[in-house]
Ligand binder design. Structure first.
Ligand code: THU
Length: 147
């Protein structure tokens, strides 16, 4: 990894694992309506990976994004914290998709604002890295309720 990257503490092998898991997670997508598959990988400090994909519903508003699937899996597997980084991928070779607004807020509940989010294109040949703070500036979080 280049120096000064938010992912500089990740080895090349760990970055490849993150990418592979984000891309492979799309295989579990249930997206018959949009036909837009999304995969997500949350890598914990231990480098264990928790995968999620989008799950749609005949009542369209019931769709759950890949990022929220992964977040809920992480939390209900006992990992409310220790999120090292997150990666997502859609199928587009052109675009590196980024998390929707609702997902950003859900991630905000459990992740550090410094957590890097890696956005891959469909074959992993391109990516963008932003911190949660970059994607959700001036955010509202749990500590704002703690008086
Ligand atoms: N989707 C995600 O899973 N993550 C995003 O960040 C953007 C959108 C899903 C929701 C829906 O199943 C499909 O992509 C089209 O919006």
């Amino acid at each position: 990894m280049q120096m000064n990257s938010p992912l500089e503490h990740l080895s090349t092998e760990e970055f490849e694992k993150l990418k592979r898991n984000a891309l492979e997670a799309r295989q579990r997508s249930y997206s018959p309506y949009s036909k837009f598959r999304v995969g997500c990988c949350i890598m914990l400090q231990s480098k264990e990976c928790i995968l999620g994909a989008n799950v749609e519903n005949a009542s369209y508003g019931g769709a759950i994004c890949a990022e929220r699937t992964a977040a809920v899996k992480a939390v209900t597997s006992g990992f409310r914290s220790d999120w090292l980084c997150m990666a997502i991928s859609g199928d587009s070779l052109e675009t590196c998709i980024s998390p929707c607004g609702i997902c950003r807020q859900v991630i905000r509940e459990f992740a550090s604002l410094k957590m890097p989010i890696v956005m891959f294109n469909g074959d992993g040949s391109k990516h963008m890295i932003k911190t949660l703070q970059d994607l959700l500036p001036l955010s509202f979080g749990p500590e704002d309720l703690a008086e």
